[in-house]
Design a protein around this ligand. Structure first.
Ligand SMILES: [Zn+2]
Length: 462
């Protein structure tokens, strides 16, 4: 490194730390501004800081489960005694991370939730030790383009894994399993019989062709959607044997996961319900094991971890027992409804659909959700709909066969819908649970309202 470069880096670091100190005094927090200034002064700042991390950078990507998996991994690593830097989802990744790394001089490892489209750029700059890929689902087409484009982004990113690095891949998703890594690849998957081959089978339209040759894939086990154990009838491409195999034992307060990794077996209670969370936990566990964390620490970290942002949070609002979960695409919505179906209590629901940029402008994906098959199984009595596309949601439910009296459309912002649901004609609702299922920006609005009212969240309440 030339003297000039060294001076530039030093100057950038000093500037970032000074800005953070000033902003903190103004109680504006750290944020992305200091990092942005630092990167403007020295574009190589991020790469240099990332190289100094003893355990390197872990990137977590894929369509569903990024936030939860990254959260679980962060909990495991912190519990194992490592100093972990995390990115806040949504914040500008490069400048937010530059800020965090410049300030946390003693960080051991960075865990980064990374959107698929930005994986190549971030990986090229950071040379990650681990890139973990959860799954590929068709998301809103207007935002992400074709599934194959998304897969291609991640494939190009994997070429930048550090030479000593590892790709942590979902064996049960054909498109993920087919990713080749520059370095080593290890696989996680669910073992045992699948949950429901039939109920959500429509989503298999996402992937039923072999990613290697285009032939027809045949499944002998379906965990959910297109995830399971498959083989190509044309070229023989099949699910790789997982290094970490997870058997799922669901119960009323979550599930117990039975993990097997190279001859070591252990059981972990997980407070997060649903098969998709079993996958999230498997990804986090294998990424941690890959970084050298002991199975005991993996088990402890997972057991202690609660739900992260928007993933089935429990709270009490005006005396009503509320469960709050983000919905953003057909597979995710189906999984949430499957989880609701496992809850035997009397219940109502609020479905809030916005169509702002972050939600995806096109809400036609609602027609791919299996309301016809799932709503009758959930035991939901009444459904309030709202948000900028609350009418589309109500129409969708009508076509799913719900009588008009059970679907109540409420005009106005999400808070108004919530208020209507919590106090329907002064009816007290003892013992009833209210499932609130918003899209992304509607969730932000709901959370803002709850925060304004000082509502306390209970991550692990039963
Ligand atoms: Zn094939």
């Amino acid at each position: 490194m030339t003297l000039l470069k060294r001076m530039r880096l030093w100057l950038a670091l000093v500037a970032v730390r000074a800005l953070v100190a000033i902003l903190r005094r103004l109680s504006r927090g750290g944020g992305t501004l200091p990092g942005r200034v630092g990167l403007a002064l020295a574009p190589e700042l991020l790469t240099t800081l990332a190289r100094r991390l003893p355990r390197g950078v872990v990137m977590v990507t894929g369509t569903n489960g990024k936030t939860t998996s990254a959260h679980l991994l962060g909990e495991i690593l912190t519990g194992a005694g490592l100093a972990v830097v995390r990115n806040d989802s949504g914040a500008n990744l490069a400048s937010g991370l530059a800020t965090a790394l410049a300030v946390n001089r003693r960080a051991d490892v960075a865990v980064l939730e990374t959107d698929e489209a930005t994986v190549p750029r971030v990986a090229a700059a950071l040379r990650p030790e681990v890139v973990a890929v959860s799954n590929f689902f068709r998301d809103q087409l207007d935002r992400y383009g074709e599934l194959s484009t998304t897969v291609d982004h991640v494939r190009r990113g994997l070429a930048h894994v550090s030479p000593s690095g590892v790709a942590v891949l979902n064996a049960d998703d054909p498109n993920v399993a087919n990713l080749a890594a520059a370095g080593r690849a290890v696989y996680f998957g669910l073992s045992g019989p699948g949950a429901s081959a039939g109920a959500s089978g429509a989503e298999n339209a996402d992937v039923r062709r072999c990613p290697a040759c285009g032939g027809v894939l045949v499944y002998d086990v379906c965990q959910y959607a297109h995830l399971g154990s498959y083989v190509c009838t044309a070229c023989g491409f099949r699910r790789p044997p997982p290094d970490l195999a997870v058997a799922v034992h669901p119960h009323s307060d979550g599930q117990e996961l039975e993990m097997a990794w190279h001859g070591v077996h252990w059981r972990v209670p997980l407070s997060l319900p649903g098969r998709y969370n079993a996958y999230n936990a498997a990804l986090a566990a294998l990424a941690a094991l890959t970084l050298g964390v002991a199975p005991d620490d993996v088990a402890r970290g997972l057991a202690g971890a609660g739900a992260s942002f928007g993933r089935m949070e429990a709270l009490v609002w005006h005396g009503v027992d509320v469960r709050l979960a983000l919905v953003k695409n057909p597979a995710g919505f189906n999984q949430v409804l499957e989880t609701v179906a496992e809850d035997g209590r009397p219940k109502d629901a609020v479905m809030l659909v916005n169509d702002r940029y972050a939600d995806g402008r096109d809400v036609s994906w609602l027609w791919d959700v299996d309301f016809e098959g799932l709503i009758p199984r959930t035991g939901i009595d009444r459904i309030w709909t709202g948000g900028t596309r609350g009418r589309d949601m109500a129409v969708r439910l009508k076509y799913a066969g719900l009588p008009a009296g059970r679907v109540l459309m409420v005009p106005g912002p999400p808070a108004a819908v919530l208020a209507a649901a919590v106090a329907p004609e002064g009816e007290a609702a003892p013992g009833r649970r209210l499932y609130v299922l918003p899209t992304y920006t509607a969730l932000l609005a709901v959370r803002q309202r709850l925060a304004a009212e000082g509502v306390v969240r209970h991550f692990r309440e039963g």
